[in-house]
Write a protein that binds this ligand. Structure first.
Ligand code: ZN
Length: 488
């Protein structure tokens, strides 16, 4: 079987065999959050999707540099070129320094991603930490004639760019349509065309976050940071750029334009976009009371939730859909996901106690082949999960004596489930972890009682504790730092 990963490239609109530019190195850039509020299901989906890709690429033997940025300046309301900076607005409402808002929500975002068991990116740069690089990039675009200055701000000249390159090649939008569809927004008078986007904005007197530049005291446009940081950490052309589908236009489209305008070539070989999550068929929105943050899921504190949901339930729920398909959230779907996931964990634990036979009636290798085939087919996680369910069914049949497995095949099945469930899909058996926390706690208490008994020379009690634990195959060793316990 050929073990080749294929991924759907949004730019070419087809599945392509993944061939890195400079193997075994892979550069991967994912647009991270704008940190002015708590993360929601959309953040979870993007985080988990690119975590799966990161895990699988590493498994295939690539040396992956995974960059995911934090947007802490320049992202204005309504994703437009006018309006207040999202972080500054939150800071004004809460009477905080903008950087206090950034720190608070960055920490919470990290906690959420840890709970979801997403591996940490290799580099996590911030927009405000790369102002110099962004100014340098604007200078280059200006020098090459694709930007113009207006009232201290700099705008990207989309029409001129489109004449020499092609604006819209990622999203499939045509400049003529853009012209018809762009609304005339207040504060846009400075631009030649409504679809031109800001590279650098002059700060008005009320604007708190601003930096000096050759043109004005101001701040960078939203699309600029990813172009500047991608180039800095992954080079002028790198392998993979990803994000949610909502970032495809104008954010990623403009990144391509900025790179071509500055360097004369495309910045990225493969563009990958995950689809959105709807709630009971509706788009998530603050006004619809269906905007549920991850923290609200984990605690159950939201009027649309009937209970708390564990992070792994959310993860499994998201992986049950292909990343390019829309995914509709409901509490019923979440409960079904929880149940399904536990069936897989139970089958895995069942493997520990299966009685081996002399022959196998099930071919484990064919499950393995199908799991790899599914992963290689544009990260088809629902297909991987379907195969694992089939395997779980088979394990249950072996347990009830209707099918058989040799010791060797039992070990293979265990390795297969471990690889896919835990290492590649990144799931964790939280119940098992809860149990081990409880055991730690109870053992600590027992050892304390035993220590107190010994101090009172009540050796009968101390010995009884030791002997009862021995029956459970737990041994106690007295060391200089106190008593230690372990399983025999
Ligand atoms: Zn970005």
């Amino acid at each position: 079987m050929e073990n080749k990963l294929t991924i759907y490239n949004t730019l070419t609109r087809k599945k392509e065999v993944f061939e890195p530019i400079n193997p075994p190195h892979v550069g991967m850039y994912v647009c991270g959050p704008t940190v002015y509020g708590d993360a929601h299901l959309g953040h979870a989906r993007s985080g988990i999707n690119f975590d799966i890709l990161f895990r699988y690429l590493k498994y295939l033997g690539y040396k992956v540099r995974y960059v995911r940025n934090i947007t802490d300046v320049g992202h204005l309301e309504n994703d437009a070129d006018s309006g207040e900076d999202k972080i500054q607005k939150k800071a004004r409402l809460d009477q905080l320094e903008p950087m206090e808002v950034v720190k608070y929500f960055t920490d919470r975002y990290h906690q959420n991603m840890d709970h979801l068991n997403n591996l940490h990116p290799s580099i996590e740069p911030t927009a405000s930490g790369h102002i110099i690089e962004q100014i340098e990039l604007v200078k280059k675009i200006l020098e090459n004639g694709y930007a113009y200055e207006s009232e201290g701000s700099l705008y990207f000249d989309v029409e001129k760019y489109n004449h020499d390159f092609q604006y819209g090649k990622l999203s499939g939008r045509r400049i003529e349509e853009l012209l018809q569809n762009t609304r005339e927004l207040a504060g846009q008078e400075e631009k030649k065309n409504a679809f031109d986007f800001a590279l650098w904005k002059k700060a008005d007197p009320k604007h708190i976050m601003h930096w000096p530049s050759p043109w004005s005291e101001g701040y960078p446009g939203w699309h600029l940071e990813c172009s500047a940081m991608g180039k800095k950490y992954l080079g002028e052309t790198f392998d993979i750029h990803g994000g949610g589908m909502d970032l495809l236009f104008p954010h990623h489209e403009s990144e391509i334009a900025q790179a071509n305008a500055a360097m004369g070539h495309d910045p990225v070989k493969y563009w990958m976009h995950n689809n959105m999550i709807t709630v009971n068929g509706q788009k998530m929105g603050k006004s619809l009371n269906n905007f549920i943050t991850l923290n609200e899921f984990f605690t159950g504190r939201h009027s649309a939730l009937d209970q708390a949901y564990k992070p792994m339930t959310i993860r499994f729920f998201i992986l049950q859909a292909h990343y390019r398909s829309p995914l509709d959230f409901s509490t019923d779907a979440l409960k079904a996901a929880e149940k399904g996931m536990h069936k897989l964990f139970e089958a895995y634990h069942l493997l520990e106690n299966l009685k081996p036979s002399k022959t196998s009636s099930i071919e484990i290798k064919s499950f393995e082949n199908k799991c790899f085939e599914a992963m290689n087919d544009d990260l088809n996680t629902p297909m991987v999960i379907a195969q694992l369910f089939e395997l779980a069914k088979a394990i249950n049949l072996v347990n009830s004596g209707r099918e058989s497995l040799t010791q060797n095949d039992i070990e293979q099945a265990k390795a297969l489930m471990k690889l896919f469930l835990f290492d590649l899909l990144g799931l964790k058996d939280e119940k098992q972890e809860d149990d081990s926390e409880l055991i730690d706690y109870l053992m600590g208490t027992l050892l304390k009682i035993r220590q107190e008994a010994k101090e009172k020379k009540d050796y009968a009690t101390a010995d009884m504790i030791r002997n009862e634990l021995a029956k459970l195959k737990i041994q106690i060793k007295d060391t200089k730092e106190g008593a230690k316990w372990s399983f025999l």
